[in-house]
Design a protein around this ligand. Sequence first.
Ligand SMILES: Nc1ncnc2c1ncn2[C@@H]1O[C@H](COP(=O)(O)OP(=O)(O)O)[C@@H](O)[C@H]1O
Ligand SMILES: [Mg+2]
Length: 365
Amino acid sequence: MASASTNDIEFRSVTKNYGSVTAVTDINLNVPKGAFLALLGPSGCGKTTCLRMIGGFEQPSDGTVLIDGREMNGVPAYRRPVNMVFQHYALFPHFNVEQNVAYGLRQMRPKIAAAEINRRVGEALEMVRLGGFAKRRIHEMSGGQQQRVALARAIVNRPSVLLLDEPLAALDKKLRSAMQIELQTLQRELGITFVLVTHDQEEALSMADIVCVMSAGRIRQLGSPQEVYDRPADLFVADFVGKTNRVDATVETDGRTLRLGDGSALPVSAGQGVLSGQAIVAIRPEAIRLTRVQAGDGASFKGTVTHRIFLGSSAEYAVAVPGLGDFLVTADRRDSQSDLVEPGETVFLGFDPAGAHVFPASNAA
Ligand SMILES: Nc1ncnc2c1ncn2[C@@H]1O[C@H](COP(=O)(O)OP(=O)(O)O)[C@@H](O)[C@H]1O
Ligand SMILES: [Mg+2]
């Protein structure tokens, strides 16, 4: 019977213990049909555990995982409408590409006709842009090509959900970028739900339409890439998803003024949360303007450039500001009004206080 659920995957208060180790705690999550979800977080935060519970390789200690509205408790992996590409994908080295991709289909009972298998394998190889490689041996393929064979092997079964555990981690940077685009295109073409596990924030932001930021077995924030980057829920997210400058501050009793360590004051904007007492102001490196002369508007601090990292299209500066500490500033060279600034130079840092985030200091990780 067809399900009316619009959620492909749902976690209801899911906790998983391995003996005395609690890997994930009280996870609640809805993944709509056809979404591209990234589980993002540092190593050991419970990403793979979540993926394995969807795949049926682990069972929750508490709570329920549903796929397409059906409770999966006790449903074995091979009965789930899900395929998984593992972090260490194991291809059969003595098979060629086509045989690797066809393997799962050949095991199916009732049997699938040979012509049908050939057609579907050909289709899957086309999708991962390996149309001409059917007869190649695995050891004659590059790492990126092998990864695509693993993908073809997973999509040939036409799962309604594809689970990907750090599928690009072994690739070099250039190939990884190319594969990120291909995976995203593939997901749109197939229209199936993808759940990607990654510790790489760039990868999560560039590929997914929903990012689930995790730490220590819990969800910290769930939102679009833009939401988690522009409106981080807490300091952990602000730090983990992108770079951030932290400045210690005190919210004055009027609730509207932030007093910084150098004695200067910033307005607390509406929407930044009313709080009082010790706070931390988080500012993105690209939200800060670095100039040789003091700008007229917004907050401005005088400092000295201590380091410069040249990145081609942009440059990163470390700037020491007396009373406030070290700042990281990214300057897009297209926008920058001055040439590259040299270490040792005196500069002014300006930013719009409304673009900064204010968190309670107790929130500091
Ligand atoms: N089979 C297992 N037995 C015991 N502890 C495990 C097992 N698998 C994972 N863990 C622990 O659970 C936590 C989460 O692991 P994992 O889900 O693999 O994290 P991630 O994929 O985010 O790196 C870690 O502390 C890890 O050591
Ligand atoms: Mg993992």
